[in-house]
Design a protein around this ligand. Structure first.
Ligand code: ZN
Length: 285
């Protein structure tokens, strides 16, 4: 079975020697993972001194552009005002989506600036992976139910609820997913570990309930590298393989759904082709 996984955070060596792209690839080899989505480091985790003329998204692009095993998701520096241009740059670099973490990045899910990111991402056909679940930040700013507003206001924006709300907000995440069947997905990431990841523990039973309540086509496996090492990742894969679903469905969770999630909306694709054509035909504009 070919495994394609979402949600690997990667870092410059100076910032996190055990979280580099080359360590990620060793872990992928050890766990039998063919391809993965690497998330650019959050600005707070990026060493700008080392590479002063770049930013986390350009850095990620330069590291993975010739690598057929890695897809890339960019991040937004929410402290800056030019968030719309940042989304455009992620798109122009050819990255495949955006990772956002309201609790860690300290923005409210329904904040005006965040909405301008969603709007641009929707327009460009870029999907978003959101952290959900308790993460030592104001719950009222990142409450899982707020994603219902995102889904309603941005009908063509596809996004994952990573950790599916976690232990505390699983039911809320199911509510958002049941309410918005066309554009919401569940990030099956760090949900099988009762130890260090207990805030996001769901276990097989709840994951099977999630499939029953929503659809097996909406579950996407994620690694949470480097916070999870090879042992935890292998354990998660074996939990998914032990789910009470068909082999075909396991393949979907372990990669097929992710590929669909990253595909641009046909409509958006056509729109961007038309825009490109227009640029070719009327270069002066
Ligand atoms: Zn994460």
């Amino acid at each position: 079975m070919k495994i394609i996984a979402n949600h690997a955070h990667v870092f410059q060596e100076s910032k996190r020697p055990q979280g580099t792209i080359s360590v990620l690839k060793q872990v992928m080899d050890e766990c039998g993972i063919s391809q993965a989505v690497a998330f650019a480091p959050f600005p707070r985790h990026f060493n700008y001194d080392e590479e002063p003329n770049t930013n986390p998204n350009r850095w990620l692009y330069s590291k993975i552009k010739d690598d057929d095993r890695l897809y890339g998701f960019g991040v937004i520096d929410m402290n800056k005002d030019n968030v719309v241009e940042q989304v455009q740059e992620i798109y122009d670099l050819g990255l495949n989506g955006i990772k956002m973490h309201p609790a860690f990045q300290h923005f409210a899910v329904d904040d005006k600036k965040a909405y301008s990111v969603y709007e641009k991402a929707e327009q460009l056909g870029l999907p978003i992976s959101f952290h959900t679940g308790v993460h030592k930040a104001r719950i009222r700013e990142s409450h899982t139910l707020l994603f219902d507003e995102v889904a309603f206001n941005f009908r063509n924006l596809k996004f994952t609820l990573e950790h599916v709300g976690g232990y505390s907000f699983f039911n809320e995440a199911v509510a958002v997913m049941s309410n918005n069947p066309k554009n919401t997905y569940a990030g099956i990431t760090s949900v099988f570990d009762r130890g260090t990841n207990r805030c996001w523990y769901l276990g097989n039973e709840k994951v099977e309930e999630l499939i029953w309540q929503t659809s097996v086509k909406r579950l996407i496996f994620g690694l949470d590298f480097p916070y999870n090492g090879p042992d935890k990742i292998k354990e998660a894969i074996s939990c998914i393989l032990s789910l009470n679903v068909d082999d075909e469905d396991k393949e979907r969770i372990l990669g097929g759904n992710l590929l669909e999630f990253m595909m641009m909306h046909e409509q958006q694709k056509v729109k961007s082709w038309i825009e490109n054509m227009r640029d070719c035909l009327y270069p002066a504009y």
